[in-house]
Design a protein around this ligand. Sequence first.
Ligand SMILES: Cc1cc2nc3c(=O)[nH]c(=O)nc-3n(C[C@H](O)[C@H](O)[C@H](O)COP(=O)(O)OP(=O)(O)OC[C@H]3O[C@@H](n4cnc5c(N)ncnc54)[C@H](O)[C@@H]3O)c2cc1C
Length: 318
Amino acid sequence: MSLPSFQLHIPCTTDEAISLAKRFDGDSAFMAGGTDLLNNYADDLDVKTHVIALSKIRELKALSGSLIGSGVTIAELIDNQAMLPSVIGETARLIAGPALRNVATVGGNLLLAGRCVYFNRSKLYRCSHGACMKAEGQECITVPQSKRCYAPISGDLAPVLLVLDARFVIAGPSGARVVAARDFYRTDGIYSNVLGPAEILVQVLLPDDVHEVTARYLKLRSRSAMDFPEAGVAVAVKRNEGIPVELRVALGALGPAPTLAVRQTGELSQCSTDELAERLWKEMSTDVFAVRNTSLQPGYRREMAQLFIRRLLKELLK
Ligand SMILES: Cc1cc2nc3c(=O)[nH]c(=O)nc-3n(C[C@H](O)[C@H](O)[C@H](O)COP(=O)(O)OP(=O)(O)OC[C@H]3O[C@@H](n4cnc5c(N)ncnc54)[C@H](O)[C@@H]3O)c2cc1C
């Protein structure tokens, strides 16, 4: 595998990085750890003339109990897990393998290009078997005639940050803005989030009440040593004086965007956890688009997601 040629730029500030991206007018990509971007470049996928490395920007490395810079590595989340909600460290341990976690960043994980067995292929394979609409083809191979791409969101952190009610700080040519994690993703595997041209994900903000929340994440994958999620379920329970007052459930890897459901106190006390799990799945499954574009069967991925919801509700609401 060889990389196509590109010009590398290494700015030292967020503003400088944004100006460069603005100057290159769509023909550039930001690179954090490069573990996703350069893998795609090696397969000749969406290659740009200019690559803007974010690794020297100190602002992106900030880390505290309430703020995670987008340039913080997955390994640093594990090293600093004591200051963060425990579910973040637990999830970080499930991401890829140790070598990759030393380089891969939080920002890159949240912005990972949706993966699909027809997209993440070599150029040779795409030329001989036909390319999908996310590469150089005209239509979705799994769902022909579909107007949008079904590549599922394949990062483990997204559903976890949704149930923690995190917000994302974004900087761009027209200044900074803050977007709730739940509003950040779009249900399209190509245009998968709300980042505009030349915008950078700067930080993840955790809410003030995050320590009143207990959360867990379960993940289905082919090989537990290092595989991408085939289904991911995050559940968080917010308590007031020990009593559950809010339940949040998010699904990842079952469609282009993570899905979130929120329940308040009333319903939590009115039905059993099995009934609640069933109701939640019924509501959320309308936004689940698990199709035959990963290694495991869609039906199995859906079943495992339901099982994970039941298991986590039992554990967190007991
Ligand atoms: C073998 C292997 C196994 C893996 N297993 C898992 C797994 O089990 N679970 C999982 O969740 N992930 C897994 N991954 C994916 C891995 O987590 C991602 O590759 C990594 O998180 C991407 O981070 P990065 O810093 O290298 O991003 P990059 O590759 O540098 O960037 C990824 C994308 O995000 C954009 N980007 C990055 N940072 C910013 C920013 N701050 N602002 C704007 N755009 C930005 C880039 O332009 C690019 O489009 C695996 C990857 C590999 C290669």
